[in-house]
Design a protein around this ligand. Structure first.
Ligand SMILES: [Zn+2]
Ligand SMILES: [Zn+2]
Length: 387
């Protein structure tokens, strides 16, 4: 045997069995039970509740609260998310967050990003969970802050028990009750819908964020990595489909930033803040976002221009000179806008001062547009041979 040949990845049989057998069992049991016995209205209600709560456990808890620290939460909220996150069956908070922080830090790096989209759709969707990825001794160094969180550590310790309890014991108990109360359906109904079917759907909805959200959609904020914004995917990922925004501004508690963006995780987090159950919701300023959008749109044209026209140093110098004028105008606008908002917060501005600020900001905005069109005109009209 050739000892220099790299070892093929070892299959993780426990994970693989769960990921293969649960969809098969669902595909057989749901239609069969529906025809033979039927589900009652309580089975469907529990299915809905489990879908939403386990989904939020991952998006609101595992992802935005623990992995990104995008807000603080009351211990009751933490306990709720730790319980329902375990029910989603995607590993403990600690392990999930460690993987996720590496995903952000080394996104698209096939060695260091645990679910790098560059390794293909299926690998990033499910393949990475089905193989054993050797974790170095220091793997959990990036979640030292979470190791101080008692709820996180307790959930990690009893994770397997919690998965079994939340996915078997609770749905079965509720199903027993729903059959006894309604007198319709059967004792297994809730388990099949809220336990099994929901488990499979929760899995793949989350997996879509690692796979589909790195393959399909637009990139309004950055093309530095493969992440994409996708409205359709936001519908099944509790708002996580705005993944290009998220990779660009990962500390923001929102993923969909407009009021009309479908981001239930954001609504719940904000809603809980009115009850005092969440606090310190982190938000990137609108100016910062607008700046990033403008910068990115110009960067894209600049990149393709330089690629198309080769590496003429004379040409690149001209591009860089115009580009830095554009950057200066962008920064001047940004700085003045920030000063204005800071002054509004800290002290009372007179009406005329406010008016001054506003017209200055308007002028600076016009200057950005002028510099931008100057740059774009240059890109459109330059013949590299004559430059
Ligand atoms: Zn993230
Ligand atoms: Zn991602």
């Amino acid at each position: 045997m050739d000892s220099t040949h790299p070892p093929s990845p070892r299959i993780n049989w426990l994970n693989s069995s769960v990921l293969i057998l649960t969809p098969i069992a669902t595909a057989i049991l749901v239609p069969l039970y529906w025809i033979e016995t039927g589900f009652n209205w309580m089975d469907w209600t529990f299915f809905g509740i489990f879908m939403v709560f386990a989904g939020l456990g991952i998006t609101g808890g595992y992802h935005r609260l623990w992995s990104h620290k995008a807000y603080d939460a009351h211990p009751l909220v933490k306990m709720f998310y730790a319980y329902w996150g375990a029910c989603a069956g995607q590993n403990s908070i600690l392990k999930w967050s460690a993987d996720h922080r590496y995903h952000h830090k080394y996104v698209d790096d096939n060695e260091k990003d645990p679910y790098s989209a560059k390794r293909g759709f299926w690998y990033s969707h499910i393949g990475w969970i089905m193989v054993d990825n050797p974790k170095g001794e220091n793997y959990f160094d990036n979640v030292k802050d979470l190791q101080k969180d008692k709820i996180v550590m307790l959930q990690d310790k009893y994770y397997l028990f919690m998965v079994l309890f939340t996915n078997f014991a609770v749905p079965f108990g509720l199903g027993f009750a729903s059959y006894a109360i309604t007198g319709t359906g059967g004792i297994w109904g809730t388990f099949i819908l809220a336990g099994l079917l929901r488990f499979v759907l929760n899995h793949h909805f989350t997996f879509f964020i690692n796979s589909a959200c790195h393959f399909f959609g637009s990139q309004p904020y950055s093309n530095k990595d493969t992440s994409r914004d996708n409205f359709i995917l936001a519908l099944v990922t509790y708002g996580e489909g705005y993944h290009n925004f998220h990779h660009t501004f990962q500390a923001d508690y929102r993923n969909g930033i407009r009021w009309y963006h479908f981001d239930p995780t954001k609504w719940v987090t904000k809603g809980l803040s009115y009850l005092g159950l969440t606090s310190n919701l982190k938000k990137v300023s609108d100016n910062m976002i607008q700046k990033q959008i403008m910068l990115h749109s110009v960067n894209k044209v600049k990149e393709s221009f330089l690629k198309k026209n080769g590496d003429s140093s004379q040409l690149s110098q001209k591009v860089e000179a115009l580009y830095s004028e554009f950057l200066d105008s962008l920064n001047a606008w940004m700085e003045t806008s920030q000063n204005y908002f800071r002054s509004l917060k800290n002290k009372k501005l007179s009406d005329s001062e406010k008016e001054d600020y506003r017209s200055k900001i308007e002028d600076l905005k016009k200057a950005i547009e002028a510099k931008k069109s100057q740059l774009l005109d240059f890109f459109n009209n330059t013949n590299p041979a004559l430059a």
